[in-house]
Design a binder for this molecule. Structure first.
Ligand code: ZN
Length: 181
């Protein structure tokens, strides 16, 4: 489903939710270069409660922590679960905001966490074409999330996110992935 903004969504677009998502994701894009400068990967996620209060914010730390599953979404979910002392966030009505479309691993992490809504910036196809990261295979995931009552909005303010990723590449930062040849 697309509207004139080229927003991707798995429900009828709610203008209020979209407005809030644009504001939060723009803040994340603005903050991301500071995380990159400290050696974090070029993705940033935040989890907000239903009142619009930020619970946690986390960047990708694959390289800095030597951990292949430390993507921004996974770090944010872990931090939220530790903070709220639960492995099931569903009772807290939480939304995840992230600067790029979740990869194959993070889709699983989000599904098992109980996050209710997902808002992302740049799509995986664009991430792959700019950076060379492998985002995995994700057939029909928006519909699969809809079936599980997880709302998704994506392609939010993508030009801003693309420019941060291009800057990451011009700084010759690491594009971390296993060698397959
Ligand atoms: Zn991921």
């Amino acid at each position: 489903m697309r509207n004139t903004d080229n927003i991707i969504a798995n429900e009828k677009i709610d203008a209020r939710k979209l407005r809030r998502a644009k504001k939060i994701i723009t803040e994340l894009y603005d903050e991301l270069p500071n995380y990159i400068a400290r050696g974090h990967g070029p993705f940033l996620a935040a989890i907000y409660d239903a009142d619009g209060k930020q619970i946690v914010r986390a960047a990708n730390s694959v390289v800095s922590m030597n951990c292949s599953h430390n993507h921004a979404e996974m770090n944010a979910i872990r931090d939220a679960e530790e903070l709220l002392h639960t492995y099931d966030l569903s009772g807290h009505n939480l939304s995840l905001y992230v600067t790029a479309e979740p990869c194959i691993m993070c889709l699983g992490g989000i599904m098992w966490s109980g996050i209710r809504d997902v808002y992302f910036g740049v799509t995986s196809g664009v991430v792959e074409s700019i950076t060379g990261f492998d985002e995995g295979f994700k057939p029909n995931w928006l519909n699969e999330f809809k079936r599980r009552n997880i709302t998704v909005y994506g392609n939010i303010e993508p030009e801003h996110g693309e420019s941060v990723l291009r800057d990451y590449m011009t700084q010759n930062r690491i594009v971390y992935k296993p060698q397959r040849d």
